[in-house]
Design a protein around this ligand. Structure first.
Ligand SMILES: C[S@@+](CC[C@H](N)C(=O)[O-])C[C@H]1O[C@@H](n2cnc3c(N)ncnc32)[C@H](O)[C@@H]1O
Length: 309
């Protein structure tokens, strides 16, 4: 049974078509939630945008008539134009009264413009539209690097946005950078830009210094393949082989707690070890990568050992 839409338009404005956007996770066959699977199985029309052939094959087994949105991309042309084409493809059957499901890899609302925009537009036109959560690359990163984002805080930015808007960030919290492999490049396809990575490295070096650690992370899309986890430094970033499918993780820079604030809270410096989330030394944990896990998934591959602090 299809769950009832949680974001219904008032009955007076409601029109017959509807849209549900779901995430397939990164390993679609393993990460797809039961509610997302149900939506894919029961919708009148299904569209998908996934990043590997196995996920595509899995969606096709659920819905042989599902259509890929990949053809909306034109190599060398702006990604923004592709997103507009995707939105139109998704909304056309909604407007003709059909129940549409659009599946995007990872979490459908994380670093995905057409999903949010299609929902916004559908609601504006009076259709029911909602998004269901999925497992994002960042979720996989937290699991595999042993990071608790609440421990020291965690900031997450799209790399070009991070530079273009000179985002103010706190180096004593962790930093996650998305789409660093295409930083400064607004077109689809093409090569990662070395010049964009140089600008990114310069910006990061001013705050962290050139020696600060950067983890290059690419979650495995297949159960039989290990994830790629490589450690480099801010200074080496432009030549570290960052690809479009990678996410960067910068561990927090150690930072003492504010003594005045501690006093206001009635705490002492010596109480630090009792803080449940005292996270100034929160680093990716190399021990996690070498454990002999009893499950069938291989341990992630670490190309260069990470140094636990
Ligand atoms: C358009 S965004 C899509 C993100 C996706 N919706 C999610 O929830 O993970 C593409 C960016 O996601 C990240 N990404 C995608 N696949 C990844 C993977 N297998 N491992 C790590 N990061 C990945 C990279 O930063 C990449 O540039």
């Amino acid at each position: 049974m299809i769950p009832r839409s949680r974001k219904r338009n008032p009955a007076s404005r409601r029109r017959k078509g509807s849209l549900v956007v779901v995430g397939t996770g990164l390993k679609a066959a393993l990460h797809l939630t039961p509610e997302a699977r149900e939506q894919i199985s029961c919708a009148d029309r299904v569209f998908y945008l996934v990043s590997d052939p196995l996920s595509e094959a899995w969606i096709k087994t659920l819905r042989p008539t599902a259509k890929s949105l990949f053809s909306c991309y034109i190599p060398g042309r702006p990604r923004m134009a592709a997103y507009r084409r995707m939105i139109e493809k998704i909304l056309a059957p909604v407007r003709s009264g059909q129940r549409v499901c659009a599946a995007f890899y990872g979490h459908p609302g994380v670093a995905v413009l057409p999903s949010h925009e299609a929902i916004r537009q559908a609601r504006k036109e009076g259709f029911d539209a909602e998004m269901l959560p999925g497992i994002s690359a960042e979720d996989c990163l937290f699991s595999e690097l042993g990071i608790d984002p609440v421990r020291s805080g965690c900031q997450s930015y799209e790399a070009t946005d991070f530079l273009a808007y000179r985002r103010r960030f706190d180096p004593s919290s962790a930093l996650v950078l998305w789409q660093a492999g295409v930083v400064g490049n607004l077109d689809y396809g093409g090569r990662p830009t070395r010049s964009g990575l140089r600008v990114l490295a310069q910006r990061l070096a001013r705050v962290y210094g050139r020696q600060h650690e950067v983890v290059l992370y690419e979650a495995s899309l297949l159960p039989v393949q290990p994830s790629t986890i490589r450690s480099t430094t801010v200074g080496e970033l432009p030549t570290a082989g960052v690809t479009a499918g990678m996410t960067l993780f910068l561990p927090p820079r150690p930072h003492p707690p504010d003594s005045q604030m501690l006093r206001s809270l009635g705490l002492r410096q010596s109480d630090q070890s009792s803080f449940p989330f005292a996270g100034s030394r929160h680093r990716p944990d190399v021990r996690l990568f070498s454990c002999n896990s009893p499950c069938t998934h291989p341990a992630p591959r670490v190309s260069r050992p990470l140094q636990p602090s």
